[in-house]
Design a protein around this ligand. Structure first.
Ligand code: ADP
Length: 301
């Protein structure tokens, strides 16, 4: 097969591993910096141009779209879809998952367990918002944040009120969420491909920190999922329409709840912690599914 990895940096671990895994399995792999692509939107011969030449005859693309490039990145993925090229994740599903609120709304509609969450922009009724999610301690998140930046633990009602007021002053969209104390700084990343969890790891936060992000000093280890966690992760990816997804869970007193669903999950932490060749599993998935014209995302932009 001829596969394009849509990534801004060929030296990133995930990009390198996908290229390696594809080549090992006998495919022709090209890393394409999607922000440098340009497109012609015509009904007869839609094209994606790159370095002066059209990107033609690809069987599949693997989008690795950076959070800050979602708008242009998904437009490039969509153009490949218009051309009938199979994408490891469809453009719509990527856009959907990038919006944390939309993500939670879709998951709640599917009846998937979530932390009790409130959403606000400029409410005057801050006390009411805090009570809505069961009072302090609670977690306040900036909707635009990634890698744990913009996620704050407010231990008292007063602290929660001050933080919410501060964010309101900045004109930011925020989520207010029950604090899952019993998770004790641990979260679980489930790597879903198609209808399977192919690898999982737990991440433990550094001492004194409640956020388990590896960027915040957390450490990762292999973990065995319960059957419920496995099915929750698969249902969550499916609800979002993602074929490849990183589903993050927290173990709470009311069962494991979904915190987030990621459309470009990193490979480095999970391959090392779980000891699974996740890159090869993605390529295998494409081998099974990337038959020309199988893309669903034709009209529902
Ligand atoms: P980001 O997308 O920026 O990584 P997350 O929503 O994943 O933000 O939060 C970062 C970390 O904070 C999580 O990995 C988790 O360890 C911790 N965390 C987030 N929400 C909660 C919560 N409601 N209860 C307990 N811990 C949480």
């Amino acid at each position: 097969m001829k596969i394009a990895i849509l990534s801004q940096d060929a030296s990133l671990y995930s990009t390198r591993r996908l290229k390696e895994a594809g080549e090992e399995r006998g495919h022709q792999i090209r890393v394409v910096d999607y922000v440098r692509c340009y497109m012609n939107i015509t009904s007869h011969k839609p094209m994606v141009m790159y370095q002066g030449k059209p990107l033609e005859n690809f069987d599949a693309v693997i989008p690795r779209i950076g959070a800050s490039k979602t708008f242009y990145g998904t437009a490039v993925v969509r153009q490949f879809e218009v051309m009938g090229v199979f994408s490891a994740n469809e453009s719509q599903a990527i856009s959907r998952s990038r919006d944390k609120l939309r993500c939670l709304q879709i998951l709640s509609r599917e009846g998937i367990g979530l932390p009790v969450t409130g959403f606000a922009h400029s409410t005057q009724d801050i006390d009411g918002l805090i009570e809505l999610v069961g009072g302090a301690p609670l977690v306040i998140k900036l909707l635009e944040g990634t890698q744990g930046i913009g996620v704050v633990l407010a231990e008292t009602h007063q602290a929660a009120k001050s933080v919410i007021e501060a964010f309101r002053g900045l004109d930011a969209n925020i989520l207010v969420q029950e604090y899952i104390k019993e998770a004790a700084g641990m979260d679980i990343r489930c790597f879903v491909i198609g209808d399977k969890v192919v690898a999982s790891m737990k991440r433990q936060s550094a001492p004194g920190e409640f956020r388990s992000n590896l960027h915040r000093g957390g450490t990762a280890e292999k973990i065995k999922l319960t059957p419920e966690e496995r099915s929750t992760a698969i249902r969550a990816a499916k609800a979002m329409g993602l074929r490849v997804a990183g589903v993050d869970l927290l173990r709470s007193n009311h069962g494991s709840v979904v915190m987030e669903v990621n459309s470009s999950p990193g490979l480095e932490g999970i391959e090392k912690a779980a000891g699974v060749d996740v890159a090869a599993r993605i390529i295998e998935f494409l081998e099974k599914n990337a038959t020309l014209g199988k893309t669903r995302d034709r009209i529902q932009y």
